[in-house]
Ligand binder design. Sequence first.
Ligand code: F1P
Length: 348
Amino acid sequence: MNYTLQEIENQPRSWDMTLQTIVQQWRSIVAHLPIKTGTHFVFTGCGTSYYLSQSAARLFQEMTGYLSIAVPASELFLADISVIPQGVPVIVFAISRSGTTSEVIMAVQYIHENFSSIPVIGMTCHSGSELAQLANYTLILDHAAERSVVMTQSFTSMLLALQWVATEVGNCTEKQIELKKLPQIASTCMNKFLQFGKCLATDASYESYIFLGLGAYYGLAAEATLKLKEMTQIPCEYYNPMEFRHGPISIVTENSLVISITGNSHQDKVLKVLEDVSLLGGNVAAIWVKKMMNFIQEQNQLLLPSEISDWSRTVLYMPALHYLAYTKALQLGLNPDTPRNLNQVVIL
Ligand code: F1P
């Protein structure tokens, strides 16, 4: 067994530990934070941690009503005026599994030097890291650290932790009850996730993969693409499903597989996009909640539990997509633990 597989499989346990540790960590720092009407939140990171930021910002805004954006860490110091809101209180969440990625460190230093009133909350899986030293406050998930180059459990665990934070800021106990159900739901579904991932990976006629996601799921689509790209280097892309028709759909061939990451609230509209892809001869698959009689083959549909909301269900879409990338790598004779041209951290 290799590290990547172990970390994919450990997600239910990692989520459980995340939920146990985040409550106290957040409560001990929130009292020091100047959250008031009009505060803007900026989520930042690189690579997976940037895609995590994209999902987290959407989920945070939806839950709390506070304006929230995601920016790549490098833009905080290379294009600061275009991304840092002016004239309003700002709080930054800087996210980095390693806590040592240069651009994240440079971004935090830049904020300290040029925007000293902005508090930076560092989220990392390494308590002894530079980010943990540098940030004004920290959220530490040491249990979600990884030996693999690619991020799997650290992505979902950090995202789940930020969702918990959002429920605290938004004062929403109803969603907290839902989040607490996730480890148990995931552990009963892991085998189903593996079978689905394998099924989409092993059909050799799929030469390119396209992931569709909107709202908070757009970050998931980006991350699913990155996982497949890192582990297999196979052509893959991601889009907002409704945007896909506006040009990108021209890349569809009988060898493409379009996979939709879909919530209950938009399943009907997305089904129509998939229908258009199918009419053009493309292959389609979906991870969603409502079972529908339609043109999509049964084995290409993964049904997730509908008893929790789209908002709370977010991380549950990822393990099947991790298994897809992992299985595809094995199928191509690649070692998922040692992706081409990559290291765990980018140090400039
Ligand atoms: C982020 C990251 C990873 C990626 C890569 C290098 O690291 O970009 O997403 O897989 O191999 O680092 P971090 O800042 O979250 O540690």
